[in-house]
Design a protein around this ligand. Sequence first.
Ligand code: ATP
Ligand code: MG
Length: 410
Amino acid sequence: MAGGKLQAPRGTFDVLPQDGERREALREASDELLGLAGYAPFETPVFEDTEVFARGVGQSTDIVQKEMFTFEDKGGRSLTLRPEGTAGACRAYVEHGMHKLAQPVKLRYWGPFFRHEAPQAGRYRQFNQIGAEALGSDDPSLDAELILLLAELLADAEVECRLRLSSLGNAATRAAYGDELRTYLRSREDELSDEARGRIDANPLRAFDSDHESTRAVMAGAPLLVDRLDPADAEHFAEVRAFLDDAGQEYDLDPTLVRGLDYYTRTVFEFDSPALGAQSGVGGGGRYDGLVEQLGGPPTPGVGWAAGIERILLAGAPGEALGLPVAYVAVTAPDHRLTAFKITDALRGRGVKAQMEQAGRSMKGQLKQADRLGATHVVVVGEQIEVKDMDSGEQGPVADIHELLERVAL
Ligand code: ATP
Ligand code: MG
């Protein structure tokens, strides 16, 4: 191999052992939380036919226009590394005829996603998301359930955040509103930033996101979609809010909430954390009642969210208060390794995280290693077996393996 140091590609990262534990704790907590609510584990390939993501109507968003890793396979077919999970979930729902199952079909996933972005803290080219989707029902309790599950997941992970909520109505209302907004923006075109002016046709809603001062002034007087919802959509949104209010969930109504994917209908939401600085989005989602049909399936409502695992880990402290016993099995002389090996195995069998000495350290070195591993107990295996409780500092012999397990396991 040629000289020069090999490094992980720009915008990617390695998960090092010291970070792996926190990820695993988050994964276990989210699997349990979503599993209890009936969201089944689900996976799709990390690459799909490009048209799963670029469906014509989806082409005006930055994610589809600028951020996709698209390539041709050897047969000349255009493939794309998945930038998000919902489109693939809907493709799978259609492909496997899941509309024939009892509805709603509830799915959860965890895995890598890819976007060609300028890398910075909390923004990578390969990152990971936890996601949940409920397909096949437009019941507003599902919107609320999903929002509350994400809120609970973030609270468990000790992520301080706020929830922004809105409704985008349906395609027809949005089209009519889009025309109204375009007309309004054109009437004040010379006050807009170049960027906002350039997007009047493709994505006029993006003007609400502008930092440009006179654009902001124009937008303060712009018509709002939430004031144009048709009666059924307005009623749906009111019901979602009633469930959230009843659960004591706080949120800010944000009529300018614009999400980076344009298949959303009705409910949209986003959780932001001040701990993250510029990349403040931790997770978000919404309802996408037209997406399954766009992908060739029957008309099927759906709602879901995705949250960034790295951003949750950056902003929060998942799994740091587990308090489970950790045992270190020290060996006074090589002769005792067989016994130590058996004891270690027995401890693991009782749910104790246990490791034995495996690097030929002196007793002093072994105690130091036990400390590094955060051991709650050290088992010293010699002519007799002793257990040291690292909290109380007490150390004493045990008569047999049963007594040892009683002393160490919870
Ligand atoms: P942002 O506004 O930060 O670009 P987004 O709106 O593009 O986020 P979504 O498409 O809603 O993000 O994805 C859901 C979550 O995935 C985000 O809230 C974020 O936590 C995470 N995420 C999105 N893009 C990245 C990335 N490039 N690197 C790390 N995490 C990301
Ligand atoms: Mg983005």
